[in-house]
Design a protein around this ligand. Structure first.
Ligand code: GLA
Length: 400
């Protein structure tokens, strides 16, 4: 009798929990105003944002995931850990939705496997600083070395590992998330307390606009970017060799064997680095060129042909299989084109498939690597009273 009623109580509890879960997810979908899409396409939707828990870091800090939607079927998920773009869904030429960024489906994987920097905000200094040190106003600062002899992407505990404070923002034609993080003086070896804000804005023209702002109370160096890896055929679908890339750059910065710029600004003309005319990424990735050998593919900073001020066209990428097009605009002077060379088939991504070499590419808008040690490069110094303020735009469309 007792056992029967316990079983009955169990069934009742299960039914109750299931219906509560259903109600919760319906409420959230309703709040987003975005009807669910099926595997064949998207049925519409509207501008909206919802928030859900995404677990907690090992020290117990709660992490949330925000889902931003627009009425043209673009859906972006951003987590407060690392400000990571965890998923970005966009229709192909036939209206089929796929997630086109690499990542994981759970927080634990992001915490444990943070070296690919999937989708994360990178700071304080995107890319490399030689020998983990730089001198500013006569003072030499030592940074943790996490990439051979160099410091990469702000150090091992860079901004990609921080839990950011989030606030929903947006206007009539946009919905967004403003993330804030205060980096204390001396964090990862960098001087000055840095107040950082990164705003992600999804607009009705299928654009994700990212604005990075920062102020400091002591002279310091800053270089912020987002490290999304794209695969316009869909995350987990294989290599991106057929993607056709156009890069608005006449020159690039060649690197030494540890991927630090030599200081030379080299013309791309006549090399496998010339993407001024649209060319597939795979066409020359196996060229016997010393710089391709050093990077094991493309892992180089391009010197953009930029307008004197404002947003300039940096790159566009077309995937002939899906018809998806990504255009990138930026206020930054450079972009790191990284062809996913260090993905080695050991990580399982969001849809449960292993990522192998070149299963995604990154176009990280930035100031040039190692600028704090290269006086001829555009400066990355930020002083009290100044504001760091850069913008990068990822715009999606389709081509027949
Ligand atoms: C950047 C670097 C690469 C690599 C990736 C992350 O793109 O330039 O060398 O470190 O980040 O794996």
């Amino acid at each position: 009798m007792n056992r029967i009623s316990a079983a009955r109580r169990g069934i009742l509890a299960t039914v109750l929990l299931t219906s509560m879960a259903l109600v919760t997810s319906m409420t959230l979908a309703g709040a987003a105003g975005a009807p669910e899409s099926n595997s064949n396409g998207c049925t519409g939707g509207q501008l909206g944002i919802t928030k859900r828990p995404f677990g907690a870091t090992p020290d117990g800090t709660a992490v949330d995931v925000y889902r931003l939607t627009n009425s043209h079927c673009m859906r972006v998920k951003i987590i407060t850990y690392g400000g990571i773009v965890q998923s970005l869904k966009i229709p192909d030429r036939d209206g089929r939705l796929r997630n086109v960024v690499l990542g994981f489906d759970n927080l634990q994987d992001y915490v444990v496997n943070n070296s690919p920097y999937f989708g994360a905000i990178i700071g304080r200094y995107a890319n490399r600083i030689a020998d983990g040190q730089f001198t500013l106003d006569g003072v030499t600062y030592e940074l943790p070395k996490n990439n051979g002899p160099n410091t990469l992407h702000g150090g091992p505990m860079g901004f990609h590992t921080k839990v950011w404070r989030a606030r929903v923002v947006g206007g009539q034609d946009s919905v967004g998330l403003k993330l804030r993080y205060t980096s204390p003086d001396g964090e990862e070896g960098f001087p000055g307390r840095l107040e950082t804000a990164v705003k992600y804005l999804l607009t009705e023209d299928n654009t994700l606009r990212i604005r990075y702002r920062a102020t400091t109370d002591e002279p310091t160096v800053v270089n912020l970017t987002n490290h999304s890896y794209f695969n316009l055929s869909g995350e987990g679908s294989g290599a991106i060799y057929d993607h056709v890339l156009e890069l608005n750059a006449d020159a690039y910065t060649p690197v030494d064997p540890t991927l630090i710029p030599t200081g030379e600004i080299a013309p791309v003309a006549g090399t496998p680095f010339d993407f001024r005319s649209p060319t597939s990424i795979g066409a020359r990735i196996r060229s016997n060129h010393p710089q391709i050998a050093v990077g094991r593919g493309y892992d180089h900073n391009y010197v953009l042909n930029q307008p004197p001020s404002g947003l300039g066209h940096a790159a566009s990428v077309f995937d002939p299989h899906s018809g998806r097009v990504l255009e990138i605009l930026t206020t930054e002077p450079g972009v790191q084109f990284y062809s996913g060379n260090f993905l080695d088939g050991t990580l399982i991504g969001t849809s449960g498939r292993f990522y192998r070499q070149s299963d995604g590419f990154a176009l990280e808008t930035q100031h040039y690597p190692d600028s704090p040690n290269q006086p001829s490069f555009p400066s990355t110094v930020l002083r009290p009273g100044e504001e760091y303020d850069t913008t990068t735009v990822f715009r999606f469309s389709v081509r027949g």
